[in-house]
Write a protein that binds this ligand. Sequence first.
Ligand code: EPU
Length: 429
Amino acid sequence: MEKIIVNGGTPLFGQVEISGFKNAALPIIYACVLVKGKCILENIPAISDITYSFEILSGIGAKIRMIDKTTYEVDCTDVEPGKSEYDLVRKIRGSYYLLGAEFGRFGKARVGFPGGCNFGVRPIDQHIKGFEALGGRVSTEGGYIEIESDGRAVGTNIFFDVSSVGATLNIMIAAATAEGTTIIENAAREPHIVDCANFLNTCGARISGAGSDVIKIKGVSELHGCTYAVIPDMIEAGSFMVAAVATHGAVKITNVIPKHLESISAKLEETGAIIEEFDDAVMVTAGEKIRRTSVKTLPYPGFPTDMHPQMSALLCHAEGTSYINESIFENRFRYVEELKRMGAKIKVDGRTVVIEGGAPLTPAPVIATDLRGGIAVMIAALATPGKTEISEIKLIDRGYDDICGKLRQLGADIVKVTVPDEDEELKAN
Ligand code: EPU
């Protein structure tokens, strides 16, 4: 079993380069299933969600070739629908994009229910509603979601009940090669929706309006291969921004699109940090003190839910009471108990986290409860003098490319260690 040991209390200084965006790379990788031909994907992050996705696609007949650390050739010419491995699919959430991709290419799909971080109920009713609107007959039995149709997805008008990143992407992917035109209303507007639309258009799709709440997709009969670079990871960037402020450091964060970071920059400025924007970088300098603030998570361009736990970790160090209202997921609060172990005065009241900041934290053994909860306890540990031990770090590896190496480059004292698995030890005894 691996753990991370953080000897905190050292300000982060220097420059760090951000990797490609997990939540854009995932739909793009699965969208390759629509393409008969080779796609060269650049700026792919080295994280386990991507490794699993390549394993899933290889398992259904795709040929994946690594060109260099961040570039892959993906050839889905010979893939077959309905063949994905149940146990692999359930390891990650992004695997649900295989549904839209198989349905778009073959008019049918069969994929196991996805996994992903546990935030309470994570329904997929809007995905199913969209597939049905496109002419799919959807059944959910035996742990699988199965779509059948009369041959091909057929374009239509779809109005989503909630703004869903996953449903918007899944339906956009399926509709790209559907017969006729699809219009998605109340579409999610996140930068990864735009990125996936740009990828599909580079392959010959006819998608307009991505980035607004109405997306128009004129179905085409076939897509061709292309070379495409995924956008930088705004959540990885935001996490480093928060870490710089929490440790009273100064960090230049490169390979970013500053526009995608605006809601995060604005909140950090409210806490007293200074943010300078460059063409493809931001410089974050901590203020003298960390000031309290209130945050409400919202769909883009609002403050991202994927930055909520990191902000909580920061605001433990602010003077006064801060509030974070989580409006996207009903239960994204498991990390709160871990911050409490470190002495944070933090509680959950309904869907709001209340943080009485200013009391110094102390190191404690903690776990990564989920991907962003894991990075939040890491930020808390970086800002806390002494040795904090973080377990269950596989969840952090799902979405952060070489997190320990990048933090060490900024002066952090952080190592990943392998320790004997306690269960294995018990068995041996
Ligand atoms: N929702 C429904 N029905 C649906 C789909 C969603 O009610 O069919 C609800 C959800 O319960 C939630 C809201 O709609 O309340 C938004 O969910 P969304 O579908 O946008 O989220 P997702 O597709 O499951 C993706 C990211 C998450 C990120 C959210 C919000 C991927 C693989 N996952 O999840 O990323 O938090 O969008 O931006 O892209 C992460 O990276 O740590 C992460 C959890």
